[in-house]
Design a protein. Structure first.
Length: 64
């Protein structure tokens, strides 16, 4: 009788290990995607800031 319970427990442990590995991979890829999107957004923001600064310098009337 004890053998079946041992088998069920082993199957449960293996299933849980597989599920947690899958979930960990899924969350890791989602986290990496978010990090990449945030980095791209920051790059765009700093680029637009630089463009704005350059435009202000060009449009500023000469004080000479």
């Amino acid at each position: 009788m004890g053998g079946e319970f041992n088998l069920v427990g082993t199957l449960l442990m293996v299933g849980f290990a597989a599920f947690s590995a899958w979930l960990g991979r899924k969350l890791a890829t989602r986290w990496q995607e978010k990090k990449r999107r945030d980095a791209e957004q920051a790059a765009r923001a700093s680029e637009s800031r630089q463009v704005r600064r350059a435009r202000e310098r060009r449009n500023r009337p000469d004080d000479r």
